[in-house]
Design a protein around this ligand. Structure first.
Ligand SMILES: Cc1cc2nc3c(=O)[nH]c(=O)nc-3n(C[C@H](O)[C@H](O)[C@H](O)COP(=O)(O)OP(=O)(O)OC[C@H]3O[C@@H](n4cnc5c(N)ncnc54)[C@H](O)[C@@H]3O)c2cc1C
Length: 420
């Protein structure tokens, strides 16, 4: 397995880039994956490529620059134009080369591009692209979810380090990450949004205790994280002290885009399978002639196309360097609600088999039929990355220009706001 950069730069045309991608694929992607992709698409690839094999091979992709073609070469990309990047993505699409480290690519990187220093970008972006340092997000707390700005974790400067104490919750993949983007309160005498600062925290240190939480599907892929004097060097503060809310917005709007399926690879649909699967299932189960089933399938097919086009537009905007902004709430709302309806339909098509099934699997989560697993996991879509209610507020206020939600404590110092 050789790790080489892809031979394309800012002067290469889209047509030449496609030829170069084809040569790269022939040389670097294992033959069995290539043939499966060309024969039967993503499903055939999944049958011959395990997650472990993909992770082992990933350094080849990570070193090529193809993971993030529009990023400058010094950050791990190729520095190509949006048109060339689109041509590259199109040529790679049949091989289903998902981007690993989605929280590094979609949550940390946008904050560093918008508000980080050049040293921070050079230090952190290349290992994100190569999946050598994986990232999670320490934002939510037991008392601060939708109202994130009321967070209570505090950071105090001690020489040239910050010491952080508090509790975070729902932290996806904290147990398998090396770093976290984190918000902490650095001045409780200011109003809630003003006293927050944004940090990059290394997780493998004595003041960090990570404990698993279980999803309704049985898996434990998120966590609660206790911080007790955890240390962050001053050089890992992003943006000014007290300006963390502004920095966090770069992460949050990009996160909404990621959950909608419009982020940098890796995350397309969280929970469940696509509409084609539901159509196959209806045919296999002899339900495809039922009027109501046909109507639901046709409606979801159309909505899935809209979802794909909206995501394509959002991805193109991101690749062109356009910040996602409040419009990302629209994609998030639609995408997550469509996915829930789709997974419910797939489960309905299973009929009684969705209620009871035979399985030799050793544990609950691996015994669940795909459709039931997808339906259960998709319930969280309208909560993760900001709830649907909160996204409707954002659309109301920042897209439609409606009056802001009243906040009686808007001008009250955080320390004086009553809380339970
Ligand atoms: C699967 C999953 C993964 C997650 N991963 C992460 C992660 O990696 N890192 C991280 O930091 N967080 C993560 N979260 C947390 C997520 O961001 C929060 O759950 C979410 O923001 C909602 O916060 P909450 O759970 O505290 O609910 P609350 O804020 O307590 O909301 C409860 C209910 O009240 C409604 N509500 C609240 N305020 C308003 C309002 N102003 N107007 C109308 N309705 C309102 C909400 O919509 C919701 O229905 C994850 C959550 C899930 C489910």
């Amino acid at each position: 397995m050789t790790e080489t950069r892809f031979a394309v730069d800012s002067s290469t045309s889209a047509a030449d880039a496609v030829t170069a991608v084809r040569d790269w694929v022939t040389e670097h992607v294992p033959a069995a994956w290539r043939e499966a992709g060309e024969r039967g698409g993503a499903a055939a690839i999944r049958a011959v490529r395990s997650r472990e094999e993909y992770a082992q091979w990933y350094p080849v992709f990570g070193a090529s620059g193809l993971v993030v073609p529009t990023w400058p070469a010094e950050y791990g990309g190729l520095g190509v134009s949006l048109d060339v990047a689109r041509a590259i993505d199109g040529a790679l699409a049949p091989y289903n080369l998902g981007r690993l480290n989605p929280l590094g690519l979609n949550l940390c990187a946008p904050a560093l591009f918008a508000h980080g220093t050049e040293e921070q970008r050079l230090r952190f972006l290349p290992p994100i692209v190569r999946n050598e340092e994986r990232w999670c997000q320490l934002f939510s707390e037991p008392g601060a979810g939708s109202d994130l700005a009321s967070l209570a974790t505090r950071a105090e400067l001690d020489g040239d380090e910050w010491r952080v104490t508090g509790q975070k919750v729902w932290t996806t993949w904290a147990h398998e990450s090396e770093f976290a983007v984190m918000l902490a309160r650095t001045d409780a005498s200011l109003t809630k949004r003003k006293g927050i600062t944004y940090f990059l925290l290394e997780l493998d240190q004595p003041g960090v205790d990570i404990r698993p939480l279980r999803h309704i599907t049985g898996e434990a892929d998120f966590n609660e994280v206790f911080l007790d004097g955890a240390r962050v060097p001053e050089s890992q503060r992003v943006g000014d002290v007290g300006d963390g809310w502004r920095v966090a917005n770069a992460t949050l709007s990009s996160e909404r885009q990621m959950v909608a399926g419009a982020g940098s690879g890796g995350v397309d649909r969280i929970g469940g399978l696509g509409v084609e699967h539901a159509i196959d299932l209806a045919v296999k189960r002899g339900r495809s002639a039922e009027q109501m089933v046909r109507q639901r399938l046709a409606g979801l097919y159309a909505e899935e196309r809209i979802r794909a086009w909206t995501n394509q537009r959002a991805r193109a905007g991101a690749a062109a360097g356009k910040p996602p902004g409040p419009g990302s709430s629209v994609g998030k709302l639609h995408s997550c609600e469509v996915n829930q309806r789709l997974q419910v339909l797939a489960t309905d098509l299973l009929g009684m088999d969705a209620l009871a099934w035979e399985s030799d699997a050793p544990d609950y989560d691996s015994s669940l039929p795909h459709e039931v697993h997808g339906m259960l996991r998709s319930r969280a879509n309208t909560i993760e990355g900001g709830t649907s209610e909160v996204n409707r507020n954002i659309v109301g206020e920042r897209v439609l220009g409606l009056p802001r939600e009243p906040d009686p404590f808007k001008d009250t110092p955080w320390a004086e706001v009553p809380r339970s």
